[in-house]
Design a protein around this ligand. Structure first.
Ligand SMILES: O=CC(=O)O
Length: 331
C-alpha cells in the first residue's frame, strides 16, 4: 500500500526547481501567481494542510495557530528568520517548526558588504549620474565618499552571518569588533581577529561602521534604540541586513535628518513593504541607501532554501527529527 502524500501548502511562488520536486514528493498546493496570502487564506491553509510552508511575508501568529487543524504537524519556514512565526504557540500545540539556516549566510554577508561600500563610497548615488545625463566630468572635489580601509566595523550579532561579514570585511582592511549574547570560542575569535565588546553601548560609541546581523526576537526588538543610536559617532554609518524591527527607525531618521549620523544602508524595514516616509525622503535625497529586502535574493540561495525546506518536510514525514528544527529556547 502506498502511503498518502502529505498535503503541503506553500504560501508564495518558489523557484521552479523547488516546486517541481515538491510536486513529485508531496500533495503540493502551490501559489502559482505569487499573490501574498491574506490572514483569512492562511487560516484556511492551517485548517487543511499537514505542512505549511510560509515565508517572511506571512505572519503566523498565535491567532492563526489556534485555528490550525489537528492534522497540521509542521511549519517549514522558507527563510532563516522565524520572527514571522509564533514558535512558542506552535510548539505548545505540538507543531514542529523548521527554518533554512546556513544556505543564505554568504549571500546576506555579501549584501552587507555591498551596502557598506554603497553608503561609504556613494555608489547608488553615483550610479544615477550618467543615466540621468548629469555628468559634467571628473572633478577633484566631487562625489567624495569615505575611505573604509583602516576603519572600525562593529558587528551586532556574531552568528553565521556576522562571522561571514567579518571574514569579508577583514579583506577590506576593516578592524573587526563585535557584540554578541555569548562571546565566541577563543579560537574562532582569534581566527577572525575580532575584538569582543561585552557592552554594546561602549562598542557603538567607538565604531565607524555598525552592521546589524542578529535575529529579531523579543530581546532584540529596538535593540538599537534612540538612546543607543545617539551613542554612535556623528560620522558613523549604520547598515542593517537583518530585520527592520531591531532598529528604532523613527529615531534613526531623526538622527540622519539632524546630521547626527553620516549615513545608513538598509535592506530591511519595520513594516515591509511600507517604508517609513522619513527614511524614504532621505533615500530620495541620496542621504541613505535602501534596498527591498534582497539579502538572500540569489538564484542559488533560493534554490538551496527550497531544498532545505524539502529535506525538513521529508525527514519529518519519515518519522525523524528534521535537521533545522527551531525551539523556543533558541530564540
Ligand atoms: O530575510 C530572509 C530570511 O530570514 O530568510
Amino acid at each position: 500500500m502506498t502511503k498518502k502524500k502529505p498535503l503541503v501548502v506553500v504560501t508564495r511562488k518558489l523557484p521552479a526547481v523547488v516546486e517541481t520536486r515538491m510536486r513529485e514528493l508531496f500533495d503540493a498546493r502551490l501559489n502559482i501567481d505569487d499573490t501574498p496570502m491574506s490572514q483569512a487564506a492562511l487560516v484556511e491553509a492551517v485548517k487543511t494542510a499537514d505542512v505549511l510552508v510560509p515565508t517572511v511575508t506571512d505572519r503566523i501568529d498565535a491567532g492563526i495557530i489556534a485555528q490550525a487543524g489537528d492534522q497540521l504537524r509542521l511549519i517549514a519556514n522558507f527563510g532563516n528568520g522565524v520572527d514571522n512565526i509564533d514558535v512558542t504557540s506552535a510548539v505548545q500545540r505540538g507543531i514542529t517548526v523548521t527554518n533554512t539556516p546556513g544556505v543564505l549566510t554568504d549571500d546576506t554577508a555579501d549584501m552587507t558588504i555591498a551596502l557598506i561600500l554603497a553608503v561609504a563610497r556613494r555608489i547608488a548615488e553615483g550610479a544615477r549620474v550618467i543615466p540621468d545625463d548629469e555628468w559634467a566630468g571628473w572633478s577633484p572635489t566631487w562625489m567624495l565618499g569615505r575611505r573604509i580601509t583602516g576603519k572600525r566595523l562593529g558587528i551586532v550579532g556574531m552568528g553565521r552571518i556576522g562571522q561571514a561579514v567579518a571574514r569579508r570585511a577583514a579583506a577590506f582592511g576593516l578592524s573587526i569588533h563585535y557584540h554578541n549574547r555569548r562571546r565566541l570560542d577563543a579560537r574562532i575569535e582569534e581566527k577572525l581577529d575580532a575584538t569582543y565588546w561585552d557592552s554594546l553601548d561602549q562598542m557603538l560609541a567607538r565604531m565607524d561602521i555598525v552592521s546589524v546581523n542578529c535575529p529579531h526576537t523579543p530581546a532584540t526588538y529596538h535593540l538599537l534604540s534612540a538612546r543607543r543610536l545617539k551613542l554612535m559617532k556623528p560620522d558613523a554609518i549604520l547598515v542593517n541586513t537583518a530585520r527592520g524591527e531591531i532598529v528604532d527607525e523613527t529615531a534613526l531618521a531623526r538622527m540622519l535628518e539632524a546630521g547626527e549620523l553620516a549615513g545608513a544602508g538598509l535592506d530591511v524595514f519595520e513594516s515591509e513593504p511600507a517604508v517609513n516616509p522619513r527614511l524614504l525622503r532621505l533615500a530620495r535625497q541620496h542621504r541613505i541607501v535602501v534596498l527591498p529586502h534582497m539579502g538572500s535574493a540569489t538564484h542559488e540561495g533560493r534554490a538551496d532554501m527550497g531544498e532545505k525546506v524539502i529535506v525538513n518536510i521529508k525527514t519529518f514525514m519519515d518519522g525523524h527529527k528534521p535537521p533545522d528544527r527551531v525551539l523556543p529556547s533558541m530564540l
